[in-house]
Write a protein that binds this ligand. Sequence first.
Ligand code: GRG
Length: 292
Amino acid sequence: MALPAILEEMRRPVEVALEGILEISTAPKALREAMAWSLLDGGKRLRPLLVLATRRLFLDGLDAMPAACALEMIHTYSLIHDDLPAMDDDDLRRGRPTCHRRFGEAMAILAGDALLTEAFLVLARAYGGQDDETGISVIAEIARAAGPAGMVGGQVLDIEATGKDLSMAELEELHRCKTGALIRAAVRVGALLGRAEPPVLHRLTRCAERLGLAFQVVDDVLDATSTAEVLGKTPGKDLAQGKTTMVTLLGIEGARRKAASLVDEALRDLDDFDSRADPLRAIAALFVQRAS
Ligand code: GRG
């Protein structure tokens, strides 16, 4: 997917940094290949972009690139594991065979494990030596978002929800954990690294929560309306698995309206920021406009 120039400029250094992390990672060749297959395969890099764009709101603070990369590594691990036969059992990801289809199930599980643990090594190296609380708060923020109270917990809610009718409140809670937690963490980490004051952190957190939900609403619409060619993954899976989605609850147009209104609200949370928030505004717009 082509990014607006303002974001493309920010994305390129992320690719270089991710390649650098894999280069210095001590891993057996086969494992490194599986990690690289999934990590360096042209994802949209939305979570790293959110970290970097939020960090740009603040003049002083710590380098955001390690946190941006760590979040992408954790996101990639979640996709590898989500695609496994024991979970979503998918053959296609980002337009290519999934990690387990290419390298086998055992290697895919281990590549996911390795990306998750290596992400925390990246974080510890970058932020572990800070004198103040900033480094540890960033590492804890990411651990919380990725773990049982966040993404992993959300995946459990998702598995339990298969074949059941959920209410809107239950579906929103599932999405808040499964997809929203990493998006929320990306923005909060950018703000924490910029040493944001509590009211600013609060406003950015609210903005991120709205964006996280909008992202998933759009994902549900794309699952119902798009093709494998455009999406790079198998569409129509939610319906086939009997899942409640924003589309089953609101219809396609209703879901589109909900996503647009969430992004409008998220943009209003940025009203007090000057042009430094433009990359963040561009990402917010992308959340509803994306085709994959
Ligand atoms: C296995 C612990 C564990 C968690 C899996 C996030 C997740 C939980 C599963 C992914 C399933 C899925 C497709 C959810 C929809 C939202 C989502 C995360 C889409 C993929 O994110 P993008 O669009 O992907 O940012 P790219 O490929 O651009 O990085």
